[in-house]
Design a protein around this ligand. Sequence first.
Ligand code: UDP
Ligand code: MG
Length: 309
Amino acid sequence: MCLLSVIVPCYNEEENVPLFYEALLQNRPFFEEKKISLEILYVDDGSGDRTVEEIRKLRDEDQRVHLIAFSRNFGKESAMFAGLENCNGDYVVMMDVDLQDPPSLLPEMFSYIEKGYDSVATRRVSRKGEPPVRSFFARMFYRLMKKISRTEIMDGARDYRLMTRQMVDAILSMREYNRFTKGIFGWVGFRTKWLEYENVERAKGETKWNFWKLFLYSLDGITAFSTAPLMLASVMGVFFCVVAFAMILFIIVRKLIFGDPVSGWPSLVCIILMTSGVQFFCTGILGQYLAKTYMEVKRRPLYLVKERF
Ligand code: UDP
Ligand code: MG
């Protein structure tokens, strides 16, 4: 007998909660055959709709359903962390409630755990049904991360992942406030098997992400798993020093040969604008890291619980 914890973050997903429950239990024969008992842990991320009521309805019929309800919306990263912190399973799987992470993949995922993998992760190979601009920037983000971070962050990786208790404990030992789970999974290591599948569109409702939110999220990812941008100021500094030195030589030589040192007002303006632009940009980068450090230093809790069963 082993216990499988299913962690399901929900934010305004009243329609999807029962659908997800049904879809998960389609695997009933598999669970019975493998003697897997279930713990379904819904994490309500401060929904304003009837999500909690729907979960309570499920609980009345099935004692395996559990809930942690936050006092407000803390974000999916916090919801996943709360789930990991409060589950008891020997194995833990994280899934979206909107059925974009097909529960039908579970048996295959389990077969790899039996083969000795510590974790089975999923990535979508297509981004069908997604706006092309978003796909383009997502690709750029992953390509950039590959260059500037030593942590492996997979393109198209979903948070849908089956893990052993050992890996869950490793993740829980990372107590940082700015959580970028995709990076955390890579950082802790362990043997991971990647399964690929075609993108599935969400069952009901709307995605909680818009372009701007994704952009900010990507900045979180960069600051959390790379300090390369901080190097930019030094690199630019050295570059401008070299250019300035070359120009000084050029001007001295020109004065000695042609005798006219005073010209080039427009070029001066361009140079001043450009260097001050670069300076502001670099200060901005510093500010980003400082802001993250500030939030980290405060040590605020990652989430607050309003209700649980
Ligand atoms: N979610 C959450 N808190 C949030 C936003 C989303 O718990 O602040 C949950 C949401 O209910 C869903 C999952 O995270 O189960 C993925 O969200 P969504 O489908 O909006 O993201 P996408 O699949 O488009 O990346
Ligand atoms: Mg989704």
